[in-house]
Design a binder for this molecule. Structure first.
Ligand SMILES: [Zn+2]
Length: 484
């Protein structure tokens, strides 16, 4: 009998703090998995390094050029409106709360996630194998599932109480769809069940009821907040995560027994970079930097004739949309962005070439898919200009990456993830972007960027000697399918 595969997806898990917590004896469950498995320090996350994009890449094995979820916030040119899957309640209220809730609860999985790609749940269902999805933001599967509005959302007349969706066979989505009869940790003051303790409780229910499917994925969201607040080296969040992992291990007759018939994969989704303490310096206010242009206000909902730019801010990354190319050419906006020394990567598409400039390096790097240069992931490229902008080195036509892992494919994917001509910017560690109503993390940490601090996550694997082809989140799907 083949082993069951259990993936624990841990928001903002990073190697340095993991090692620190284990060395200080503060994380016995994580230590147990590490002692009985193999640790990979640097798995590359997609760009932008935001959970919805990461989940989509993990489940479909593709970057955003294929799965088409560009980030947490993006502008839909066809519908002429900003899509926001939940950056901050302030932004959601301005964009229209009902519309935003529909985007989060329905459009994300059922419409925006491309139908041209298959999730792990869909692939395994096609093979007659079972899967469970617990609290992940992306969950699309082949089974009809109902999302039922919990109290007090269900007393708001304009919110539909029941929404149908397609999910994994065993499906938990906070208190909107739960499996265990236990109610603890699922109330509105527990963020409707979107918390680590509820994820663990639902998964333990599957273990104790002998309902473990061939593949389970369980998402632990809490560390995102603690790392945002206390910075990348904080271990408090890890300690409380570890208590939940201990509970999971305790639900087997012994901890060793948990390893016998299962392959465990513990994985981070994105890293976080520290943010400086002085708000004036730490926050790159795009409304000020691009102050000479008229920027669409969120309440307008759709750009007016006078508007020149739309901003979609994803923490340390932003999409910038010139909505009036006649009055405001892309190159003028790019020049303006280049005047800020906190922005190290500025990229845009022109015909089928990608142009990359920076505020800290001279010149321009221009690249295109297909060509004489091959990167470590066997992707080939045509490259011209200053390769130092992306810290590339080229030796005998072989590219290596440094500060920006898998930079070419990740930039390319973000610029081809949705319709339109737009600019992507990524900030140096220490800084994050803000627009109207953006969340801020001064003195803490933040993510979204292309930099390796946002992009490298650890992975612990027990119960198999096999390894993914490459250490990138998009390479895990094929590997997982091969394990089952
Ligand atoms: Zn976050």
């Amino acid at each position: 009998m083949s082993k069951k595969v259990i993936m624990l997806l841990i928001d903002s898990l990073m190697y340095p703090s993991l090692q620190k917590a284990v060395n200080e004896g503060k994380a016995s469950a994580l230590q147990f998995f590490m002692d009985h498995g193999k640790l990979y320090q640097d798995v590359v996350s997609p760009f932008p390094t935001m959970s919805v994009n990461v989940d989509s890449s993990l489940l479909t094995g593709t970057y955003a050029d294929k799965h088409q979820i560009p980030g947490l916030v993006w502008y839909n040119e066809t519908e002429r409106r900003l899509i926001n899957y939940g950056s901050h309640i302030r932004e959601l209220v301005k964009l229209g709360l009902m519309k935003s809730l529909q985007d989060i609860f329905f459009h994300l999985n059922n419409e925006h996630l491309s139908k041209e790609v298959k999730t792990i749940h869909e692939e395994l269902a096609d093979q007659g194998l079972t899967t469970a999805s617990i609290n992940t933001l992306i969950y699309r599967g082949k089974f009809d599932q109902m999302l039922k509005c919990p109290f007090p959302l269900n007393i708001i007349p304009s919110i539909k109480n029941k929404n149908f969706t397609k999910g994994a066979k065993q499906f938990t989505y906070g208190s909107f769809s739960k499996q265990s009869p236990r109610k603890k940790y699922s109330h509105f003051w527990n963020r409707y069940g979107f918390n680590d303790s509820f994820s663990a409780q639902e998964f333990i229910y599957l273990i104790e009821s002998n309902l473990l499917p061939h593949f389970s994925i369980v998402y632990f969201p809490d560390m995102d907040k603690t790392v945002h607040k206390h910075g990348p080296l904080d271990t408090k969040g890890l300690q409380s995560l570890d208590l939940n992992l201990q509970k999971i291990l305790n639900s087997f007759s012994t901890w060793e027994d948990a390893l016998t018939n299962n392959i465990w994969i513990l994985l981070g989704d994105n890293g976080q970079a520290p943010i400086e303490n002085d708000p004036e310096r730490a926050l790159i206010d795009l409304r000020k930097l691009l102050g000479s242009y008229r920027i669409m206000k969120l309440r307008e909902k759709t750009p007016s004739k006078e508007d020149e730019i739309v901003l979609a801010v994803n923490e340390r990354m932003a999409y910038i949309y010139p909505v009036n190319e006649v009055r405001v050419p892309t190159k003028d906006i790019v020049k303006q962005l280049q005047s800020d020394d906190r922005i190290d990567v500025i990229a845009y598409k022109k015909n089928d070439h990608i142009h990359v400039v920076s505020s800290v390096k001279e010149g321009e790097l221009i690249f295109k898919k297909g060509g004489p240069y091959v990167d470590p992931y066997n992707q080939s490229w045509e490259i011209n200009g200053n390769i130092d902008i992306l810290h590339l080195s080229i030796n005998n036509n072989t590219i290596s990456f440094d500060l920006y892992p898998d930079a070419l494919a990740r930039i390319y994917s973000s610029l081809t993830s949705h319709q339109g001509d737009y600019i992507t910017v990524s900030a140096k560690p220490g800084f994050e972007f803000i627009g109207e109503g953006s969340p801020t993390h001064v003195g803490g940490a933040s993510h979204g960027g292309l930099h390796k601090q946002d992009s490298l996550v650890p992975m612990i694997v027990t119960g198999t000697k096999s390894a993914p082809k490459y250490l990138r989140i998009i390479d895990l799907k094929d590997w997982i399918l091969s394990l089952i």
